[in-house]
Design a protein around this ligand. Structure first.
Ligand SMILES: Nc1ncnc2c1ncn2[C@@H]1O[C@H](COP(=O)(O)OP(=O)(O)OP(=O)(O)O)[C@@H](O)[C@H]1O
Ligand SMILES: [Zn+2]
Length: 928
């Protein structure tokens, strides 16, 4: 087998790694912890899965912090390409295999178990054998040497597949032991059966059987004898019992007959009593019938008959008031004119009752009609009276209202007079006010304008007067100034000295002007006074105008009111008139209603009279009906009595017949009784009793005897059965003895066979092992010779139990543990290689060898021995091991490499990386 390619993803310290491996020796190197061992573990895990993990679990191999891992391994075996792929996934804190396939040319194998089994068959190694042989793990170089001889034996036997033989030997031994156990059991049984047979044979069973049969025959004869005796006794018992029973029956019959005779006699007496009772009933009924006949006579005589005419009269009174004629009399309707003599028969009485009832019915109808008439008349009368009352009260009310209106009308008339007076006063006052305009400067209605004009004139004059007065004041001032200046001798005008002043004359002019102005002022003042006077007059006229207007308004109002009042008055007069008329009319109506009511009153009184008459007639009818009904009752009772008498007679007759029959029965029964009494014979009965008693005694005794005999017989029968059974049992035991003897013989031969088989397997294994041991010893010597060319050791001895002994040149033996550490490592590697070669040659023919994988094999070796390791490796190659992978940083080993793989851990990502190097790198390695 050769690894072609290994690919890792998230496998422990590897993130992504993909490495192709060549034939020959590949050395994997790198610093501690870089991931070298992990690479080899990857290969191992790819092949065997979880079995390659010892006590670790799947989740350990997934890179910490990752969820999934993938491992893929391509390898070639026996010229065939294979590829195995495994995927792991973390679920919670446990990892599971999500994919596991092995691709082979024949097809794909799936599932961890199937893949592992297929790999095991292919390589002829399971995971354990792989690490014991092909894959020398770090620190396990000395595993085989340090193991105890028996462990070692197991390991090597397993590798060489001798374990199976041991297993077969053990199975054969188990089988032998099993047979032995069964055989022992069977021999115990055999012994037991044999002693049982002997015991039975000692018993003389046949002799006992004969004796018992003789006794059984004697008993049978005795029993037969007693049984025939018993039969005779029971016949006697039967005969006497029959006689006694017959006697008992006869006695019982006589008793029964006596009872029956008594019963019949008492029945006859009872029936006779009943007959007498019926006779008495008939007498009673007859007496009562006669009494009733008398009563009927009396009632008939006392009846006061109502006549047809009295009914007609009562009915006719209704006709007078009833106009529609529906209940008019037919005259011959009732048949009440029949003579009373005809009432002798019940039918006649019933006819009369019918006629009276019909007449009464008719009268009752009439009565009803009258009652209705009376009640309707009364209602109508009441209604009329209340109408009359209503009319009268309405008339009174209307009159009162008319009187009220009249007093209002008188008030109205007074008010109208007052208003008319007031109107004429107002007219006068208007006239007076108007007269003041007669000598006035303006006409009525112009006073206002006139006064306005005057006021304006006065305004103008006053303003002119103001101007004049102001001018006067100014002139007076200038005059005073001038005079003052003049006194001082100065010009009044310009203040120059007066002499020669042109202005002295001006003062005079001013005085003139002042006088003019004063005259003008006086004239204006006069004019003003005159206007004031006219203004006062105009004011008065204006006042008169206003008064006239006010009075006219007043007059118009009064006139309006007056007109309205007059209208109201006319209205009221009319209404008053109307009320009076209405009242009169209502009064007349009331009187009419009252007349009608009193007419009705008379009619109702008449009807009441008729009512009384009908009631009287109906009373008569009722009392006659009572009598007549009594007659009917009497007739009914008489008929009933007649029937009762008839029934009683019939029954008396029946009872008599019945008693005649009973008397006949009685005499028959008496006859029978006498016959039975004659039949009796006391002596015969006495004899029968004695015989019965004796027979019973005998039977009791003989039964006891028989049952004892029968018991004896049963006992003997059982004893015979027991002996017979024992004889049968003896026969069976003899047969069984034979069978068991045969089986024991079989088992003994089987045991011998198993023993032989066990020995054969043991011998076979010893033989095979011996053969293997011889080969292995040879190979080991060769290999050790090769790797440890040392003069001190002569040979290595391997015995049947794989005990190893090393012989020195001087012939002294040495235990392997006594070798130096390095020697031991080489010795061990030699042993492994020898096993490897033996395996490779195969127990049954050759097989391609798996790669030899060594993890740090040089730890215990000094440099000299490393050289020998190199030659071992090389010799393996020569022996045909296709591929050797060694983890080491030993220079010498590196030197022997065909290929170099460098493992490095990235300091930042902490992930390992693989790098292929060529052998020339060796030089550089020294500096490493
Ligand atoms: N599940 C994992 N995830 C990540 N890293 C892991 C995991 N398991 C182990 N490692 C790491 O892998 C590294 C490589 O270990 P390995 O035994 O392969 O080293 P080595 O190169 O053989 O070292 P040495 O020369 O000391 O034997 C270790 O540092 C370890 O911490
Ligand atoms: Zn002057």
């Amino acid at each position: 087998m050769k690894v072609e390619r290994i690919r890792l993803r998230n496998f422990k310290c590897y993130g992504e790694a993909d490495l192709g491996l060549e034939r020959g020796v590949t050395i994997v190197h790198g610093v501690n912890g870089s991931g070298k061992s992990t690479l080899l573990e990857g290969v191992f895990f790819a092949l065997y899965g979880s079995k390659a993990l010892d006590d670790r679990t799947l989740d350990d191999v997934i890179t910490t912090g990752e969820e999934e891992a993938e491992i893929e391994l391509a390898f070639r075996h026996d010229d065939v390409d294979y590829r195995v792929e495994r995927h792991l996934k973390l679920r919670g804190d446990r990892a599971t295999t999500t994919k596991c396939v092995l691709e082979t040319p024949e097809g794909t194998v799936e599932g961890a178990t199937d893949v592992r089994e297929r790999v095991t068959t292919l390589l002829r190694m399971d995971a354990e054998a792989f690490v014991n042989c092909a894959y020398v793990r770090q620190g396990e170089v000395n595993k085989l040497i340090h193991a105890s001889p028996s462990d070692r034996q197991d390991m090597i036997d397993d590798l060489l597949q001798l374990g199976a033989l041991e297993e077969y030997r053990e199975r054969a031994s188990d089988a032998r032991l099993g047979v032995k156990t069964v055989l022992d059991g069977q021999q115990d049984v055999l012994e037991d059966v044999r002693s049982q047979v002997e015991r039975k044979e000692d018993k003389d069973l046949h002799e006992r059987l004969n004796e018992l049969e003789e006794r059984r025959a004697d008993l049978a004869a005795d029993i037969e004898n007693y049984e025939s005796q018993r039969e005779n006794a029971s016949d006697t018992l039967e005969a006497s019992t029959e006689i006694l029973e017959r006697h008992e029956e006869t006695r019982e019959e006589i008793e029964t007959l006596e009872d029956e005779i008594e019963t019949i006699r008492s029945k006859i007496a009872e029936t006779e009593r009943k007959r007498e009772g019926a006779g008495e009933t008939i007498d009673d009924r007859k007496t009562r019938r006669d009494e009733l006949a008398d009563e009927r006579e009396r009632v008939l005589a006392a009846i006061d008959h109502v006549s047809e005419s009295s009914v007609e009269n009562s009915a006719d009174t209704v006709d007078e008031t009833d106009t529609d004629g529906t209940s008019g009399a037919d005259g011959d309707a009732f048949g009440l004119s029949d003579p009373p003599e005809s009432l002798e028969s019940t039918a006649a009485v019933e006819d009369r009752i019918d006629a009276l009832e019909r007449a009464d019915e008719r009268l009752r109808d009439d009565l009803e009609t009258l009652r209705v008439e009376i009640s309707e008349g009364s209602n109508e009368k009441e209604r009329l009276e209340s109408q009359a009352d209503d009319c009268e009260s309405e008339a009174t009310e209307k009159r009162e209202r008319a009187a009220e209106l009249e007093s209002k009308i008188a008030d109205d008339e007074d008010a109208i007079e007052d208003r008319a007076e007031k109107l004429s006063t107002l007219e006068e006052r208007i006239e007076t006010a108007r007269e003041r305009f007669d000598d006035a400067p303006v006409g009525f209605g112009e006073a206002a304008d006139h006064r306005e004009t005057l006021a304006e004139e006065r305004e103008a004059i006053v303003s002119e007067l103001g101007d004049v007065t102001a001018e006067i004041k100014a002139v007076e001032g200038s005059i005073e100034e001038g005079e003052a200046l003049l006194e001082e001798g100065k010009c009044p005008e310009c203040g120059q000295p007066v002499e020669d002043s042109p202005h002295v004359d001006a003062l005079a002019e001013k005085r003139e002007r002042l006088a003019e102005l004063e005259a003008e002022r006086d004239a204006l003042e006069d004019e003003r006074d005159e206007i004031d006077e006219r203004l006062e007059r105009a004011e008065e006229l204006r006042e008169a105008e206003r008064e006239v207007d006010r009075l006219a308004d007043n007059r118009d109002n009064v006139a309006q009111l007056l007109a309205e009042k007059r209208e109201t008055l006319a209205d009221r007069r009319e209404r008053c008139e109307q009320l009076r008329e209405d009242a009169d009319e209502l009064q007349a109506n009331a009187e009419q209603h009252r007349d009608a009511a009193s007419d009705l009153e008379g009619q109702i009184d008449d009807a009441r009279g008729d009512l009384g008459e009908i009631n009287a007639t109906r009373g008569d009818i009722r009392s006659e009906l009572e009598e007549l009904r009594r007659l009917v009752e009497i007739d009914d009772e008489r008929e009933e009595l007649e029937r009762e008498i008839e029934t009683a007679r019939e029954r008396r007759e029946d009872w008599r017949t019945m008693n005649d029959e009973r008397r006949e029965q009685l005499s028959a029964k008496r006859e029978r009784k006498r016959d039975l009494e004659d039949e009796f014979d006391d002596q015969r009965i006495e004899r029968a009793r004695e015989q019965k008693h004796n027979a019973e005694d005998y039977l009791e005794k003989v039964d006891e005897k028989l049952s004892t005999l029968r018991e004896n017989r049963t006992e003997i029968q059982n004893a015979i059965g027991g002996v017979e059974n024992e004889l049968e049992e003896l026969e069976r035991l003899r047969e069984r003895l034979e069978t068991i003897e045969a089986r024991c013989a079989d088992l003994e031969s089987l045991y011998d066979e198993a023993e032989t088989l066990q020995a054969t397997y043991g011998d076979l294994r010893t033989e095979l092992r011996q053969r293997n041991v011889e080969t292995l010893e040879r190979l080991l010597n060769e290999t050790f010779e090769l790797v440890y060319q040392n003069d001190s050791y002569a040979s290595i001895d391997l015995d049947g139990e794989y005990r190893l002994t090393v012989y020195q040149k001087d012939g002294e033996p040495l235990e392997p543990e006594q070798l130096s550490g390095g020697e031991r490592a080489l010795f061990n590697l030699s042993l492994r290689c020898a096993i490897y070669r033996l395996l490779a040659e195969g127990v049954e023919g050759t097989a391609p060898m798996p790669p030899l994988i060594l993890d740090e094999p040089t730890v215990f070796l000094d440099s000299g021995h490393v050289t020998q390791l190199v030659s071992l490796v090389e010799s393996m190659r020569d022996l045909g091991v296709e591929q050797i992978v060694v983890v080491s940083h030993d220079e010498e080993l590196v030197g022997a490499a065909d290929e170099l793989v460098r493992v490095e851990k990235d300091a930042t990502s902490n992930r390992s990386q693989l790098e292929r190097g060529e052998p020339p790198e060796i030089e550089l390695l020294g500096a490493d």
